[in-house]
Write a protein that binds this ligand. Sequence first.
Ligand code: MTE
Length: 326
Amino acid sequence: MSSRLRYPRIPASQITPESVWQSRRQWMQQMAGIAAGTGLTGLGAVLPQTAAAALPAMDGIQPNPQYSAAKIDRKLTTEKDITSYNNFYEFGTGKSDPLDYAGKMRIEPWQVQVSGEVEKPRTFDLDELVKLAPQEERVYRLRCVEAWSMVIPWVGYPLSALLKQVQPTSKAKYVQFVTDTQPEAMPGLNDRIIPWPYREALRMDEAMHPLTLLTFGLYGKRLPNQNGAPLRIIVPWKYGFKSGKSLVRIVLSESRPETSWVAIAPSEYGFYANVNPDVPHPRWSQSHERVIGGGFFDPKVPTLKFNGYAEQVASLYSGMDLRANY
Ligand code: MTE
């Protein structure tokens, strides 16, 4: 590769205000079918030509009406807030550390190894993954265990499309997601707060659920580094820590794999991590949440069970005690 794809820190001037994005989106909806190649601002605007050519720009991605912003009774979080208030401990524990330091993460070339209990283990280049299934925009809530939340237009496709490619064996019960480690670019790795690499996992049925999104972008653009470029998982009914970023390995297994937060503080962070207003974190309540982007004095809003996705996912846990399995 002659040039390295590196997401520069996005200057404020290049962050599309929500109002502009909304009208662009309406326009794109009207232009459905002929939207490709419109030359609207996107990846190409912030990356060198060669790097931009390596991955298709995202303009023209169609919103999935089933998961549109209109279905959520809360405003979309602005792109500025989504990309400047982050958790990505590899870059530090401060909310602005990922924006300040993640620009150094190398995201090209990028490969993801899928292995373990599968008939066809395989290493995918990022380009192959991007093209594996049609991408769509889905507006999902993100609820962090720290009791704040956002509403984000993610771009991706159901993880099940990837898992089907490798043909899970009948023994596959869990799917583990492993984040990259780049000591030269990730100052947080020196801090032993987490046993690195960052690892998370889902039960197989959770991973195959159509809401679980293999995610490549947000607001119609490739993921910025601080949000987990070039690809991450989004599991909208669980606390945000389940949604691992910048993935390099996906491992299917028969027994439950170790996950980072459960490994260090099992009494505070459960394996299931389903958003549940009735089960407090040992050190604070989970009944309400602070909406990021609201005014300082805005009241917190009630948290919804399964983060508002109960209708779709509650049946996955029928018969389980969700207080014991927090
Ligand atoms: N993935 C990695 N590799 N490292 C992290 O520190 N933080 C998690 C999750 N994925 C984290 C991670 C937490 S606690 C949250 S709330 C979400 O990412 C935040 O995603 P965002 O910064 O895109 O909003």
